[in-house]
Write a protein that binds this ligand. Sequence first.
Ligand SMILES: [Zn+2]
Length: 96
Amino acid sequence: MKKFTDRQLMIFEKEVIDCADYVLLLGECLDSDMPCALKNRLILHKEECKTCQKFEKEYKNVISIAKTLKEDYSEKEIPKDTQKRLRSFVKALASN
Ligand SMILES: [Zn+2]
């Protein structure tokens, strides 16, 4: 069984998972790098949240583009500027 990281535990203990949490943990969620209990809560949020559905789509696009650009690209090491781009993307979506 996977153990929570401090950050995952902090979010898991919140009553409500919001978009910022989803964005923060999406990479780990897609990598199955977190306990199922938390993953399920993130998925539940996404199912009710159009913003996060769009965000996940964009995120996966970025990953696949990055992969074609660089063969040895690791999903765990998303470049800082890509993370920034994704965050501002979700912010823009949320403010619509
Ligand atoms: Zn959301």
